[in-house]
Structures are given as structure tokens and as C-alpha cells.
Ligand binder design. Structure first.
Ligand code: RFL
Ligand code: PHB
Length: 403
């Protein structure tokens, strides 16, 4: 079997890449170890930069996003019993973010790829990539009927997330990894209750960080900083609501946290990770396969989309014999990745409570929070990074999609 681009992984990176390539007349095959239902239900990100929204619009994928996405013009930062609004529109010349769940993007992408007759194979196993330095790399997998397949490709895109097989296929000696694990994790819940706030609340509290986000006008998404070795069984719903209540409490303001049935809950570790370069021969990595950020900056999904916006035209040129964009792919992406890595690290360390931290660290965090909420220059830096820097994924790189 043959295809032009073999894509490992049907997350946002793999599916969007397959669609962007199809718009350029390039054929691809996507293989995914999980079921379609699993991919469509996995609870993850919720915030899109406006560059990501524009990219989806230009690619003809924003029908439901434009109807159901919720545009947000800022966030609240809460600490020391005060809640401050950071007004992105005023600080950045009207830039915003949009709350639209990653699960919905994945559903939209899968539906579109299938409607367009694309090959997306779910429930595969034993994925392997080989011959990566030849111009005929191969992708092997066992399909859901148990049949072993070998796909000869021009190029392979490793979009298989942090735990995939693509990154480890690059010889270790050729890779530089930069990594940081944080001494805390996030316990996340999805709750069937209207959000108690008009904008996301990032709260710094002596018990630890908390985040109030949302999925719609009737469903809330909330997170609590917990120890990385905590078991979800030790967090019955009542304990979660009680802890959220204390971390978001604003004495004297009359503000209250709405409670409702918990639909989903889980604990996620936090890490920063960058593996470079993002290319080995005819293997190109995109998204979480190459880099991970802690979720505090809401960047992971946006970076995955930015990578494939750069990769699609680079592969189109490569297939026509011009390797210049492909040669620049890794460094083009890594410049955005490192900016987001720094921003996510900065938001994370400013807002979380470090176990065992001394009073000096606590005072420095408070000073930074006061600076960001009182200086227009500091607030503008947060707003510019949160809404996406550089601002435009596709246009600024001269990567306008063909229509
Ligand atoms: P994904 O989504 O992990 O998809 C990879 C896919 O590859 C499949 N796979 C394989 N397929 C074939 N063969 C193999 N050997 C395979 N191994 C794995 C997997 O099953 C999967 O389907 O990676 P991708 O596409 O790079 O997308 C990245 C994003 O998912 C991720 O960065 C974000 O979810 C991160 N993130 C957030 N990002 C944001 O931009 N804004 C946010 O608000 C935000 N919040 C979050 C987040 C991530 C979170 N968790 C759970 C990690 C909040 C949380 C709690
Ligand atoms: C989410 O809604 O899941 C979310 C929002 C903002 C973040 C992280 C996650 O920083």
C-alpha cells in the first residue's frame, strides 16, 4: 500500500494536518491506536488563541466553532483575597481567545475527514515507523481486524502525542531534550453546572492554585493543584467542591461558586518538555510528540495546530522537490514553542504553591502578581502571550491556505 503522507495519531495535530494536506491536493492516511469514541470523549484543552480560530476558519472547519465557541476578552487573576481583571481587548488592540473544547474540535475534524472520504484507521496496534532516512519511509500497523499492513510513504508525520512511537524512532544521539517536571499536578473536573464567572479565574491561594474554566453556558470545567502522587479516589466530589470553594472565596463580595453533578474527573501531571530537532530525515514530529507545556498557559493545543500549519505547506513544497521550507520546519516551530514554553512556565510558577517553598518565594510570587495586575506593561505582556505570540499562525508566515 502507498500514500503520500503517513500520519501517526488522530489527535488535533494529525487530523488537522490530514485536512490541510487534502486542501493542497495531498493524500494521507491516519492511523490511531484508540477508538473513535475514545478520541471524541477524551477531556482536554478548552482555550483557542485567535490565530487558531482564524486557521480553522480559513480551513473551512469553523462552522460549529463559530456557532458554539465562546469569545473571551480577558481573564481574572485572583490572590490575597482580590480578583483583578486582565482586559485582553484593551491591552492588545482587540485580540481575544475562544472557549471551544478540544473534544469538539476533534469531533469536527473526524467528521470532516470522513465526509471527505479520507482514510482514518482507528483501533490499530503495533504501529512502527522505519526507513526514515530514505525517500520511501514505511509505516506498519495492525488494523482492527488483526491484519498487518505496510504503508510506503513519501513522508511520515509523527502526531502521536507524548507517549507515541515516533519521537523514540529518532536516534537518541541526534536529539536534544530539555525537560522540567513540576512538584504538583492538576485535578480536573467537568461539572454539569453553569459557570460562576464571565471570564476564566486563575487563583493563587495558600492551599494551592485553582482554575475556573468552562465548556459552555451550562457546563463548567474546574481544576485544583494537588500533589502529583494523589489518588483520585481520595477526592470525593464533596471534598473537591469544598476545596474549590475555599480557593476561589472572595470574602465580603457576595460571590458564590455554583455546584453541580461531576461528569468527569482526573489527575494530570505537569511538565515542560522540548525535543529538538522536530525532523529526522522524512519523519516530521508535530504537537505533543515533540513538546509538552504545563496547562496553565493554555498553549498545548494551540502549539499543535501551529506546528501543522507550518508543516502542511512545507510538505507540499518537499513533494514538489523544494526542501527549503522542510529544512526550516523545526526551527520555525521551535521559536514559537520556546516562547510558549517560557510563558507557560512563568504562569505556572507565578500561580502555584511550591511544596516546601520558603517565605521568600511566597513574597516574590505575590510581588509578581501585584506587578502584573497594576502595570499596563506587565499586563500587556501576559495578554499578548495568552492570546498568542506571534499573533498570526498562518498569515505572518506567508502560509495562506489555497481555497
Ligand atoms: P494528542 O491529542 O495527544 O494526540 C495524539 C494521538 O496519537 C495517538 N497515539 C498513537 N496512534 C498510533 N500509534 C501510536 N503508537 C500512538 N500513540 C499515541 C493517541 O491515542 C492520540 O489520539 O496530541 P496532539 O494532537 O499533539 O494534541 C496536543 C493536545 O492534545 C495537547 O497539547 C492539549 O490538550 C494540552 N492542553 C491544553 N492546550 C491548550 O492549547 N489549551 C488548553 O486550555 C489546554 N488545557 C491541556 C489542557 C491538556 C490537558 N491534559 C489532560 C494533558 C488541559 C489538560 C488537563
Ligand atoms: C480548560 O478549559 O480546560 C483550560 C483553560 C485554561 C487553561 C487550561 C485548561 O489554562
Amino acid at each position: 500500500m502507498r500514500t503520500q503522507v503517513g500520519i501517526v495519531g488522530a489527535g488535533p495535530a494529525g487530523l488537522l494536518l490530514s485536512h490541510l494536506l487534502a486542501l493542497r491536493g495531498i493524500e494521507s492516511v491516519v492511523v490511531e491506536i484508540r477508538s473513535r469514541a475514545y478520541c471524541e470523549a477524551r477531556q482536554r484543552a478548552g482555550v483557542l488563541e485567535d490565530g487558531s480560530v482564524r486557521l480553522l476558519r480559513e480551513a473551512g472547519l469553523a462552522g460549529r466553532l463559530d456557532r458554539q465557541g465562546l469569545e473571551h476578552g480577558g481573564i481574572y487573576l485572583q490572590f490575597a483575597g482580590e480578583r483583578h481583571h486582565i482586559d485582553f481587548r484593551a491591552l492588545t488592540g482587540s485580540r481575544t481567545v475562544t472557549v471551544y473544547a478540544q473534544t469538539e474540535i476533534v469531533k469536527d475534524l473526524i467528521a470532516q475527514r470522513i465526509a471527505d472520504g479520507a482514510a482514518v484507521h482507528f483501533d490499530v496496534s503495533d504501529t512502527e515507523v522505519a526507513d526514515l532516512t530514505s525517500d520511501r519511509p514505511v509505516l506498519r500497523y495492525t488494523d482492527s481486524d488483526g491484519k498487518r499492513n505496510e504503508l510506503t510513504c513519501d513522508v511520515i508525520a509523527g502526531c502521536d502525542g507524548f507517549h507515541g512511537i515516533s519521537r523514540p524512532a529518532i536516534p537518541a544521539g541526534l536529539v536534544t531534550v530539555r525537560e522540567r517536571e513540576y512538584p504538583y499536578a492538576w485535578l480536573g473536573i467537568l461539572a454539569d453546572v453553569p459557570p460562576s464567572t464571565d471570564e476564566l479565574i486563575y487563583a493563587h491561594h495558600r492551599n494551592g492554585f485553582a482554575l475556573h474554566s468552562l465548556r459552555s453556558l451550562s457546563v463548567s470545567r474546574l481544576y485544583l493543584q494537588v500533589d502529583p502522587d494523589e489518588a483520585i479516589e481520595d477526592w470525593p466530589d464533596e471534598r473537591i467542591w469544598e476545596e474549590l470553594g475555599s480557593r476561589f472565596d472572595l470574602p465580603g463580595s457576595g460571590w458564590e461558586l455554583n455546584q453541580g453533578p461531576v461528569l468527569d474527573k482526573g489527575i494530570t501531571p505537569m511538565r515542560s518538555f522540548v525535543s529538538a530537532p522536530m525532523r529526522y530525515g522524512r519523519l516530521f514530529l508535530a504537537g505533543d510528540a515533540a513538546h509538552i507545556v504545563p496547562p496553565t498557559g493554555a498553549k498545548g493545543l494551540n502549539l499543535a495546530m501551529a506546528d501543522v500549519a507550518v508543516l502542511a505547506p512545507a510538505l507540499e513544497a518537499l513533494l514538489k522537490g523544494d526542501e527549503r521550507l522542510a529544512d526550516a520546519y523545526s526551527s520555525t516551530c521551535l521559536s514559537r514553542v520556546w516562547r510558549a514554553t517560557h510563558f507557560s512556565w512563568w504562569m505556572t510558577t507565578m500561580l502555584h504553591r511550591t511544596p516546601g517553598a520558603d517565605d521568600m518565594e511566597a513574597a516574590l510570587q505575590l510581588s509578581q502578581l501585584r506587578y502584573v495586575t497594576s502595570s499596563r506593561a506587565a499586563a500587556t505582556s501576559l495578554a499578548e502571550n495568552y492570546t498568542g505570540y506571534p499573533a498570526d499562525v498562518a498569515d505572518e508566515l506567508g502560509l495562506k491556505l489555497p481555497r
